[in-house]
Design a protein around this ligand. Structure first.
Ligand SMILES: C[S@@+](CC[C@H](N)C(=O)[O-])C[C@H]1O[C@@H](n2cnc3c(N)ncnc32)[C@H](O)[C@@H]1O
Length: 328
């Protein structure tokens, strides 16, 4: 481990199997069954997501990596306005592969900042604590294990320094547009005027290109989706026959949403913590939606939720955009 790096004690995660079980039961008791996508990321899900990022059909990773490889200097310029120390907080940091380019640039400029990656996956947080200090000499790191807002509000209560929030990976697209507006309002309420938000959006493009990213030829997205049932079996003692479920994905160019489902391949009865759930053959469980945007929709979102668009960085195909908003 690099001894020049500073790590403070991670904030403990309040999450438990009780809320996992509650969310699963609520989702599977609904008229149209669903499971929350935030539970994709157990140890196995984290590894499968890394395979997805490396696969040919998943253009999202390549587009965003290109932006960070080529534009980290331009993004870092935005931080020069702060003379003193600031906090760089990342929501759903994952393995920070792309963020590392920006962190290197900020360290090269000797800017005084603490990096606070927030993630719901304990495995991810442990991995960041182990790997980042070795890669980034002098990085001040305070990794936070927990949910986006619970953790962000905790962090904001304990520091009054200027803040920049990173929300990468087009994670914002995992919310339906109405929830996205609420999310941006809530984010705005955690911040003060002059704070910065850097968000990455996946742009509307050829529908087949989009659909294939969520149903890749190598089957990684299918394995990732099915892993949710494996996790429920492992952590909640359920008895899903995982191989009796398929993966289906559909992109609607009309509303810009790409949705993934698990499909029952036969009639089944599944027991979860003593409760019984019936699945009819061909019945679907909605697991995730990824929403795609136009630049006009993105600017409107900023204007209506208390932010002012400052700069944007696109990849060479203009499939992805990294926007910097200032809190007004
Ligand atoms: C799609 S990955 C993206 C990771 C990274 N931002 C990137 O661009 O590669 C989503 C990450 O967000 C985390 N995550 C998902 N829902 C979350 C939530 N509600 N609160 C905190 N972290 C969450 C997951 O554990 C995962 O590491």
């Amino acid at each position: 481990m690099n001894m020049n790096a500073t790590i403070s004690t991670p904030v403990a995660a309040p999450s438990s199997n009780i809320s996992f079980l509650r969310d699963v039961i609520i989702g599977l008791r609904a008229d149209f069954k669903s499971l929350p996508s935030k539970y994709f990321y157990d140890d196995e899900g984290d590894l499968l997501f890394q395979q997805i990022m490396a696969c040919r059909d998943y253009y999202l990773f390549d587009c965003e990596l290109e932006i960070f490889e080529n534009s980290s200097g331009g993004i870092a310029d935005l931080f020069e306005k702060w003379d003193g120390a600031f906090d760089l907080i990342e929501l759903g940091a994952g393995d920070a592969t792309k963020t590392i380019y920006l962190l290197k640039e900020l360290l090269k400029r000797r800017l005084d900042f603490t990096y606070l990656p927030i993630d719901i996956s304990g495995h991810i947080i442990q991995g960041l604590e182990q790997s980042l200090p070795d890669q980034l000499t002098g990085l001040k790191l305070n990794a936070v294990h927990g949910e986006y807002f619970e953790s962000l509000e905790k962090v904001c209560r304990t520091s009054s320094r200027p803040r920049a929030i990173l929300f990468l990976g087009a994670n914002i697209g995992n919310m339906p547009p109405s929830e996205t507006v609420d999310f941006c309002h809530r984010l705005r309420n955690c911040l003060t005027a002059g704070d910065m938000v850097i968000v990455v959006f996946d742009l509307k493009k050829n529908p087949e290109q989009i659909r294939k990213a969520y149903d890749d030829d190598d089957g990684w997205t299918k394995k990732f989706n099915l892993n949710l049932l494996k996790r429920i079996n492992k952590e909640l003692g359920a008895d899903f026959e995982v191989e009796s479920f398929g993966h289906y994905c559909n992109y609607s160019p009309e509303n810009g949403s790409c949705s993934s489902y698990l499909v029952a391949l036969k009639d089944m009865k599944v027991s979860i913590a003593g409760q019984s759930f019936v699945f009819k053959r061909d019945e679907c469980i909605w697991t995730e939606t990824s929403h795609k945007y136009t630049l006009e929709e993105i600017n409107r979102l900023a204007d209506t939720t208390g932010f002012s668009p400052r700069r944007q960085f696109e990849d060479s195909r203009k499939w992805f955009v990294d926007v910097a908003w200032i809190t007004v």
